[in-house]
Design a protein around this ligand. Structure first.
Ligand code: 8Y7
Length: 289
């Protein structure tokens, strides 16, 4: 990988993430209809228990989501989303040593989560909802900007781009400019190609292959491909049988320079990421052969 083009420390509220190392972000769905968890962790104690397991397994970020982005999922009201997310954020902040990410597009959820100790806003809509940019700027949290055209409900309606890398790059540059205009420093921004969002299988594969080009934008990369249908399509596997495919893509993403990998299977991914890091950090000093 090319030399670091972004600062090695990501400020996340009152915590800092050391970007000289790759990180694993564990997914914590607190929706009653989330597809992989089947809604089993929607009660507070279950959510906290699952978060603790993921931290124990080596996750350094937990991504708490209260609105399903699954195509066809019902839109939740801000109040409903806040009622799901806030108690979980509060409990994790109190009990666990981890950066809390909130998977939200809702300004009120951003503000309240920040107040309760969350450090990263993971918005698949890249702060395009009314009031989201100002809310994000006011919190001082880190922000993940992700490429998606349209809404989860219509994003897979025949997406076409002349050049998928240019499309994603131009989109992210525009969202970075909006953030900058609102006073959000570049040092607080993380970028995400948005695998599976408004993309065909060919788009996903080509974008994955070329993603290191996005490092030229000067921000660290986050990648989320865990159990996604791009793996299902390539391997012919159902969602419960996508672990090895997910690990292969996690390894490839890290070797292409991604610094945060968003996953369901934390323990397995942590071994993959640590092994790659051990090789990349190895120094010849002190070796007598
Ligand atoms: C991603 C994500 C989802 C992703 C970021 C799923 C919330 C779908 N995917 N956030 N969220 N990047 N930043 O399959 O790829 O997990 S939801």
């Amino acid at each position: 990988m090319s030399s670091k083009l972004y600062p090695t420390r990501l400020p996340c509220g009152n915590r800092v993430l050391d970007l000289t190392r790759p990180h694993v972000m564990g997914i914590l769905n607190v929706t009653p209809d989330s597809f992989s968890d089947g809604g089993r962790f929607n009660q507070l104690d279950r959510a906290l228990q699952r978060a603790a397991e993921m931290v124990e397994a080596g996750a350094t970020l937990i991504d708490v989501g209260g609105e399903s982005t699954r195509p066809g999922a019902r839109l939740v009201t801000p109040t409903e989303e806040l009622e799901r997310v806030a108690p979980v954020v509060e409990a994790i902040a109190r009990e666990l040593d981890v950066v809390i990410s909130v998977d939200t597009s809702t300004p009120a959820v951003m503000r309240e989560s920040g107040r309760l100790g969350a450090g990263l806003i993971n918005d698949v809509r890249s702060l395009r909802r009314d009031g989201a940019v100002d809310a994000a700027a006011d919190t001082g949290m880190a922000i993940c900007l992700m490429h998606m055209r349209g809404e989860p409900s219509n994003m897979q309606n025949d997406p076409r781009y002349p050049d998928i890398l240019a499309e994603v790059r131009d989109f992210l540059v525009e969202r970075m400019a909006v953030c900058e205009a609102a006073g959000i420093p570049r040092e607080r921004i993380v970028l995400d190609p948005g695998f599976g969002f408004a993309k065909t299988q060919a788009h996903n594969l080509v974008l994955f292959q070329r993603m290191e080009r996005l490092l030229e934008l000067g921000c660290p990369l986050l990648v989320g491909v865990s159990r996604k249908s791009m793996i299902g399509r390539a391997l012919g596997r159902e969602v419960g049988d996508r672990l090895y495919g997910s690990l292969a893509l996690a390894a490839l993403a890290v070797s292409k320079g991604a610094r945060i990998i968003r996953v369901h299977d934390v323990a397995e991914t942590v071994d993959v990421v640590r092994m790659i890091d051990a090789v990349e950090q190895a120094k010849e000093e002190g070796l007598t052969l």
